[in-house]
Design a protein around this ligand. Structure first.
Ligand code: UTP
Length: 420
């Protein structure tokens, strides 16, 4: 057994080592309150620092950010008329794949939902009016429409983060998974990244805790692998993973027609898209970049490109992504070791000020670093953009009021016959 002195000496050495590491990267302020902490808090802080990948801070530098875009060209989508003509066939093919356990669903629920302004996970938000109706509940209902049709269940993998894991799991348990079998719902945590002020200094959230935030929605497959969840995918012989955002309450999950279309198209990934309301709508559009599928933000398209027409007389860059993708598992395995770009995102980050007060800022005060699922699309050689009807499948809840808000989502749910 270690004597007390030896233990103290070990701890001191650990502290010295950590301080040296932090000094090398100019982040030694993180240990400013070390001596005020209890032994347990000290240990937790050193462990947090040890486990953190500080190299992401290099993306503070805007030059590291802007790698520049390749040659952008239009990518045609499979449109509603074509889908309608083949609907029966696609649906049969998709249902067959679902019945054979070839399709899994991945719910991205690790985000902080800062724009909505609730401290709880977004999925526990109650959007009901005359009765309770939670976002998670809407999603489960949508999924069950498909599993009822197929006659068997689909695994639902839920990505959470350190910030919301316990509450999310407890919420599902308390509500008995809204009628879905619990053994088909598996949770896994994503990785965290340090959050910094505009000068690149990592914030302290508390005296003994560094401010970290979930590392974006692009790391989901790597996190699935790290957590051991991927074993289920392998053991069951799953071939497709439908990854989708938590905040679209009209999300059509494991949609058999979409699954069938992707299988028949032999694509590597399918992306649900909606027709833009007008050429200037601020959505990310699907395109080709240097010959490979990609997504560009509206501001990355020139005026000319935004108004460019194709041979059919339609706008050439006319389809926006809605964060519902169907990835082929073998392709995800192929790119698992590829490093995705890291994006610097301006956010409101709770922190501790110089006087030791914990502050919850009302305006953005720094950056967090995120990998994005849309960058995974560019790693695929063949993507099927698949058009869906916006009013039927896209009701995102990003803000409290106005565009993409609780109000607009409620109106769309009503339109689709959901009682609120
Ligand atoms: P958003 O980009 O809307 O981010 O996420 P957010 O964190 O939910 O909300 P804001 O920007 O702070 O208001 C799109 C989807 O990606 C998930 C979200 O949960 C949502 O389903 N996501 C986002 C993660 O799973 N992890 C992340 O680190 C970020």
């Amino acid at each position: 057994m270690m004597t007390t002195n030896k233990w103290k000496e070990g701890k001191r050495m650990n502290y010295e080592k950590t301080l040296k590491k932090l000094e090398e990267i100019g982040q030694q302020h993180l240990l400013k309150y070390y001596d005020e902490l209890s032994a347990k808090e000290q240990e937790a802080l050193l462990a947090q620092i040890d486990e953190t990948d500080f190299s992401v801070i290099r993306f503070m530098d805007s030059e590291a950010q802007e790698e520049g875009r390749g040659k952008i060209e239009p990518l045609a989508a499979m449109q509603l008329s074509e889908i309608a003509a083949k609907e029966q066939h696609f649906t049969q093919v998709g249902l067959e794949a679902i019945r054979r356990g070839k399709v899994g669903a991945v719910l991205l629920a690790g985000g902080m939902g800062t724009r909505l302004g609730s401290d709880s996970p977004k999925g526990v938000y109650n959007i009901g009016v005359t009765k309770d109706l939670y976002i998670f509940e809407c999603l489960i209902r949508n999924l069950m429409r498909v599993t009822d049709m197929a006659g068997n269940f689909v695994y639902l993998f839920v990505m959470t983060s350190d910030k919301n894991h316990e509450e999310t799991v407890r919420f599902f348990e308390t509500h008995s998974y809204f009628g879905y079998p619990g053994e088909y719902v598996k949770f896994f945590k994503q990785e965290m990244a340090p959050a910094v002020d505009y000068g690149g200094k990592v914030f302290l959230e508390e005296k003994g805790k560094m401010a970290t935030s979930p590392n974006g929605n692009g790391g989901w497959f790597v996190s699935m692998a790290r957590s051991g969840i991927l074993d289920i995918v392998h053991e069951t012989g799953m071939e497709w993973l439908n990854v989708f955002a938590v905040d679209n309450v009209l999300q059509n999950i494991a949609d058999p027609t979409f699954v069938g279309a992707c299988i028949e198209d032999e694509c590597m990934v399918g992306a649900k898209v909606v027709r833009k309301a007008d050429p200037d709508e601020k959505v990310g559009v699907i395109c080709l970049e240097d010959g490979k599928p990609s997504i560009v933000e509206y501001y990355e398209l020139t005026d000319e490109m935004r108004h460019q027409k194709n041979e059919q007389g339609d706008y050439a860059y006319n389809f926006g992504v809605i964060l519902n993708y169907l990835f082929r598992v073998s392709e995800l395995e192929r790119i698992i070791s590829h490093e995705l770009p890291l994006h610097r995102v301006e956010k409101k980050i709770p922190y501790m000020d110089e006087a030791g007060n914990e502050v919850k800022p009302q305006e953005p005060n720094g950056y967090k670093f995120e990998q994005l699922v849309l960058d995974m699309i560019h790693e695929m050689d063949k993507c099927l953009p698949y058009e869906v009807v916006r009013e039927k499948e896209f009701a995102p809840i990003k803000n409290k009021e106005g565009i993409d808000s609780v109000e607009s989502a409620r109106a769309l749910l009503k339109k689709n016959g959901v009682t609120l």
